[in-house]
Ligand binder design. Structure first.
Ligand code: PMP
Ligand code: GLN
Length: 381
């Protein structure tokens, strides 16, 4: 028996590789993005409670309606935009699944999708598995801004979608109002969809306001906007998120979703329906994560790494060219094995493997973890 691979050029994800190496070498893991501290006790207790009450069977395919209502209330409060819980929101098993489902909903074989690099590693395989072609555009190093002139040049009659991600993984770059204006002008008069990955909507620093597509009804009409509860509530292992789109697009999205997952984990949806109403839980996240960024950046001054700017997400990138001119993968593997700190080489976020001698650090960790890691990083030579 032989499977003709749908993803012949894909290996194991860098997150799996680096977390595996971290475990094997007992290294501090600043690689894969997840908090090493406990999520809210209140939310855990609530899930426990609803399970005991008997909320353990299927909810509707679109998601538990009171949760979708809470999301709509939150969207109106945050982005001054009215969306329908009935026809515009679907609960998904995580943000990655929402993005995959949105792409699968719209793509036909031979379509093109604009994908920025570096970029989250699921995007390109998600496009390719649908028989479509990723059109790759580099973000400008070292601030990782979008080059809109390059985007204009790469638009073709086959362009089906543009994939955006802000706050951005792996760089922490964020889009601003000018980017929204550029985006609007690029898609005007076309049938191009926007897939907007906003899983870090609540992790944005320096008093910058998140430019959600949900703020812009004219753009939402052609968009699938994807979110993750895992990032917002420090429970990445829950794999729960949602997608927002126009009612017309959501009809098609749900056709794909209903025969893939049908519906998501019930107890966490019941618990979140109420928990989402507590604004402080999500509004406080930017401050607490900014403190971690600043704490980590301060400590890193004692090393030979030069950190780049991060305005959001829980990542910050660092150049290591004052230490070595090794390729970033070799460097990341060496410092995991020899110095006991795992990071992610940023070339893994480029199909071309572009290597600017930069590694990504995840700072959503306890202070003790960050201190212990930097003590080791200060010795790297
Ligand atoms: N998009 C980006 C940019 C991410 O960093 C992540 C984190 N894994 C996801 C999507 C996926 O979120 P989830 O774990 O909810 O699938
Ligand atoms: N989003 C996380 C990261 O970028 C984890 C992703 C994953 O493990 N697939 O590190």
């Amino acid at each position: 028996m032989h499977i003709v691979s749908k993803l012949p050029n894909v290996g194991t994800t860098i997150f799996t590789v680096m977390s595996g190496l971290a475990n094997q070498h007992n290294a501090i893991n600043l690689g894969q993005g997840f908090p090493d501290y406990q999520m809210s006790d209140r939310l855990i207790n609530k899930v426990n409670e609803v399970m005991k009450q008997g909320w353990n069977q299927y909810v509707p395919m679109q998601g538990y309606l009171p949760l979708r209502e809470s999301i709509a209330e939150k969207v109106e409060y945050l982005y001054n935009s009215k969306i329908s819980p009935g026809s515009q929101i679907t609960i998904t098993p995580g943000g990655t699944y929402a993005i995959y489902t949105a792409l699968t909903t719209i793509l036909q074989s031979g379509d093109e999708v604009i994908v920025f690099e570096p970029g989250y590693d699921s995007y390109i395989p998600n496009v390719e598995i649908n028989g479509a072609i990723p059109v790759l555009i580099d973000l400008k190093f070292p601030d990782y801004k979008i080059d809109w002139d390059a985007v204009r040049k790469r638009i073709s009659p086959k362009t089906k979608a543009i994939l955006l991600n802000s706050p951005h993984n792996p760089t922490g770059a964020v889009i601003d109002e000018r980017d929204i204006e550029e985006l609007r002008s690029v898609v005007a008069g076309t049938n191009i969809y926007i897939i907007s990955d906003e899983v870090y909507e609540h992790i944005i620093f320096d008093n910058i306001h998140h430019q959600s597509i949900l703020r812009y009804p004219d753009l939402l009409e052609r968009s699938f906007v994807c979110f993750s509860f895992g990032k917002t509530y420090n429970c990445t292992g829950w794999k729960l998120g949602y997608c927002v789109s126009s009612p017309e697009s959501m009809v098609e999205f749900r056709k794909v979703h209903q025969f893939n997952c049908f519906c998501c984990h019930t107890p966490s949806q019941i618990a979140l329906a109420e928990f989402l109403k507590d604004k402080n839980e999500y509004l406080s996240l930017s401050n607490s994560m900014q403190e971690k960024r600043d704490f980590f950046s301060g400590l890193m001054k004692n090393t030979k790494f030069d950190l780049l700017t991060s305005h959001g997400s829980y990542f910050i990138c660092g150049k290591y060219d004052r230490i070595s001119n090794e390729g970033d993968k070799d460097f990341a593997i060496r410092i995991t094995k020899e110095f006991g700190v795992a990071t992610i080489p940023v070339s893994a976020f480029y199909k071309s493997g572009t290597d600017n001698n930069v590694v990504r650090f995840c700072f959503s960790k306890k202070k003790e973890t960050l201190e212990a890691a930097v003590e080791r990083l200060a010795k790297v030579s």
